[in-house]
Design a protein around this ligand. Structure first.
Ligand SMILES: *Cc1c(COP(=O)(O)O)cnc(C)c1O
Length: 392
């Protein structure tokens, strides 16, 4: 029996040819493919600047640095996310705190955010310097409300849109940064489009774009206009290291693959929507809770997350049943504050009840563009069998 994963890349001959062309060219890093890929993302998202990097984790780190996150600062994010959304603040020496989720969207809840800001302001508790809004499963957070709070309380906003390229919010492409300072994408193979490993940042702030692209490459600039010490320009070879940056660059092969994948981005997301529609029909008669999507939100559907209302014990048995039938279901995510690293920082179970009760029932069913109707039927058949057995 073939294995059906929860997510996987879709690579065609055009993608392969694009990568091979780069391998035969003069530049396999720091050539023309990275700027071309960046331009394609900026065009697609209707943002002014795009900076491609070697992972979304690197992108989140640079985004925090560029916004000045440092020791003594606090960054808030959702407990239902991949650990990288919180770790990026720790790389900068900052503290992390979480805002509980909305149980309907699985995203950071704007009402709980407002209440927490109010409480922290009143009781002289730490307020966030930056809030990282994670677009869970590909559906945007309520950015308008979050943005309004950012103006009131003076924090900056990073969108972690690792799941969400190709999605829209209020009819604007996610990544346009209308309600944020910086938006981050991931191109890991399970995400919407892939570069194997890779990530990107979009922004409309020219100063941030400059800082981000310097930090991506050692904090170095070669642009004469940006030199801090004008007279030190000894010759055309000259460069200045102005900050402590990293080597977070993307290769030309990755960028060529990404550029080729971008041609099919809309197709990928439409295919995901079509599979979700079929899942809704096929699973509608079961007690499983299916995800909701309000009108203003066009999800990229990175994940199709159902919830098992009977809770963690039944979810575990369904997970095992599917895995035993070669179906690669998964759970997104273990609440970040449950991780031993975060427990050591003082977080405790019980602190974010909506996230914790979401976690008890969540299960990500397979969803990827090349998934066939037969694959989907195989998944659904096992789920029906499971609930038949449960009733007996
Ligand atoms: C995948 C993911 C990341 C990290 O992406 P990488 O490109 O693997 O570094 C960060 N945040 C979220 C929400 C993710 O799903």
């Amino acid at each position: 029996m073939t294995f059906i994963p929860y997510g996987r890349q879709d690579i065609n001959q055009t993608d392969i040819d694009a990568v091979v062309d780069v391998l035969k060219s003069d530049f396999i890093t720091q050539g023309p493919a990275v700027p071309a890929f960046e331009q394609a993302i900026a065009d697609y998202t209707r943002s002014q600047f795009c900076i491609a990097v070697n992972s979304a984790t690197s992108a989140l780190h640079l985004a925090c640095m560029a916004l000045g996150v440092a020791s003594g600062d606090t960054v808030w994010t959702s407990p239902i996310t991949f650990v990288a959304s919180a770790n990026c603040a720790r790389y900068c020496g900052a503290d992390v705190d979480f805002v509980d989720i909305d149980p309907d969207t699985f995203n950071l809840c704007p009402v709980k955010l407002r209440d927490k800001l109010k409480k922290h302001a009143a009781e002289d508790l730490p307020l966030p310097k930056v809030l990282i809004a994670v677009h869970m499963a590909g559906q945007s957070c309520a950015m308008k409300q979050i943005h309004a709070l950012s103006l009131e309380y003076g924090f900056r906003i990073i969108e972690d849109a690792s799941h969400a390229i190709g999605g829209r919010y209020l009819n604007e492409p996610i990544g346009q940064c209308t309600y944020s300072d910086i938006c981050v994408f991931s191109f890991h193979p399970v995400k919407i489009v892939t570069t194997a490993e890779g990530g990107a940042l979009t922004t409309n702030n020219a100063e941030l774009a400059k800082v981000l692209s310097q930090l991506r490459s050692h904090g170095i600039t070669r642009d004469q206009d940006d030199m801090l010490v004008k007279q030190s320009l000894d010759g055309d070879w000259f460069y200045e290291q102005q900050a402590l940056g990293f080597n977070y660059r993307m290769t030309e092969m990755q960028a060529a693959l990404g550029l080729s994948q971008m041609q099919r981005l809309d197709e990928f997301v439409e295919r995901r929507h079509s599979l979700v529609k079929d899942y809704r029909e096929l699973l509608g008669n079961l007690s499983l809770l299916l995800p909701d999507c309000a009108d203003d939100y066009y999800s990229a559907f990175h994940l199709f997350i159902v919830r098992v209302p009977q809770g963690s014990e039944v979810r575990k048995r369904l997970f095992e049943k599917l895995r035993n039938n070669n179906i690669g279901v998964n759970v997104h995510y273990i609440p970040v504050h449950f991780q031993p690293y975060y427990q050591k920082l003082g977080f405790r179970k019980g602190q974010f009840p909506a996230a914790e009760s979401y976690y008890d029932g969540a299960l990500s069913l397979p969803l990827y563009p090349s998934m066939t109707r037969d694959d989907q039927q195989a998944v659904v058949d096992v789920i029906y069998q499971f609930f038949d057995e449960l009733r007996r």
